[in-house]
Design a protein around this ligand. Structure first.
Ligand code: NAP
Length: 321
């Protein structure tokens, strides 16, 4: 099969498009999937560069999120059959490939309401977004600031919040990104690259601040979040790419809760809750991954470069096999 292979950690140039790669074999609890599309996530680049906390053995094929059809099932698999439309949240053999294997714990049925392209945008963004909602115990009627709402995870957070009757205040860095967040149901959208946008967020909440902040860029915003959050509010760090100084007084002075999510560290008991929520969202029709850009598998280098460097996110970047 054709696949992307990585033999050393490094820049995007270590992503090699190869033919004649053996099709992976399934174990008893796995399915083999003929991949239609693969999601490109920032975490794929942290792993490829060798800076992530958990690294695969070299050589490896990158990619956790895929969509496609079941080609073969392991001896103990009962919940999937050949031909089923599925998506993955974690592959075993790597998703940037024509075929991949995954443990059934990390595979879901893909609703007919979603295309395969959308299915590739489901796994990491939506499971992470749901995990953040569950962690913060967000309730209908609350005001939630999605600080970075135009990207894959931010749009998932926006759709989930709107579906629950939460007031979403979103931010984006471009007019096109802001428009997309508005279209997805946010009550108010501000530009995080404009001076004074935080004052506008405070005014939008009548000066009290949001009940919850889901923070996509904590290395830039956490100190401001602590100033903006409502008294007794909750801040969930979803994304962070560096360090910054904070004033701990704000945590005490607001009696707010500061926490974080790491999808790959989700406890075993969190998975059924996330699976059920994703299936419900697809069935109800509001869960709709938005695909910003698709590349052929052979352009994985460009796709990974763009997922880290583009300013002006609008949903998800995927690879088509
Ligand atoms: N904790 C976890 O388990 C987990 C899981 C998935 C992802 N993540 C992390 O979450 C982050 C987002 O992932 P993604 O896949 O959604 O990436 P993405 O699609 O590239 O989205 C990045 C988002 O960050 C926004 N952003 C840029 N500058 C910002 C600023 N100053 N303030 C607020 N937002 C800003 C972007 O907005 P504009 O481009 O419009 O400026 C865009 O909405 C990444 O850092 C990723 O590593 C964490």
């Amino acid at each position: 099969m054709k696949a992307i292979r990585v033999s050393e950690f490094g820049g995007p140039e270590v992503l090699k498009f190869e033919s004649g790669v053996p099709v992976p074999t399934v174990n008893d609890n796995q399915v083999l999937i003929k991949v239609a599309a693969a999601g490109v996530n920032p975490v794929d680049t942290y792993i490829r560069s060798g800076t992530f906390s958990a690294l695969p053995t070299l050589p490896y094929t990158p990619g956790k999120d895929t969509s496609g059809t079941v080609e073969q099932i392991g001896a103990k698999v009962t919940e999937f059959k050949k031909g089923d439309r599925v998506y993955t949240i974690r592959t075993a053999s790597g998703g940037y490939a024509e075929y991949t294997t995954a443990d059934t714990d990390f595979v879901g049925h893909l609703s007919d309401k979603l295309t395969f392209e959308q299915g590739a945008g489901l796994g990491t963004p939506y499971y992470t977004a749901f995990r953040a909602f569950f962690k913060a115990q967000i309730k209908a009627g609350e005001t939630v600031l999605v600080h970075g709402a135009s990207g894959a995870v931010g749009l998932a957070c926006t759709q989930i919040g709107v579906s629950m009757g939460v007031q979403i205040i979103g931010t984006a860095g471009t007019e096109a990104g802001m428009e997309l967040v508005r279209k997805n149901g946010a009550t108010a959208v501000f530009n995080h690259r404009e001076d004074g946008y935080r004052e506008k967020i405070m005014a939008e909440t009548g000066g009290a601040g949001p009940d919850v902040i889901l923070e996509i860029a904590a290395h830039i915003n956490l100190s401001y979040d602590l100033e903006m959050i409502k008294k007794y509010g909750r801040i969930v760090i979803v994304g962070s790419r560096g360090s910054l100084e904070i004033i701990p007084f704000w945590i005490m002075g607001k009696q707010c809760t500061l926490t974080g999510v790491a999808l790959w560290l989700s406890p075993k008991e969190a998975w059924p809750e996330m699976h059920a929520a994703v299936q419900k969202g697809m069935a109800e029709g509001w869960l709709q991954p938005y695909i910003r850009q698709q590349y052929p598998l052979s352009d994985a280098k460009q796709a990974q470069t763009d997922v880290m460097s583009s300013r002006g996110a609008q949903g998800k970047i995927i690879l088509k096999t």
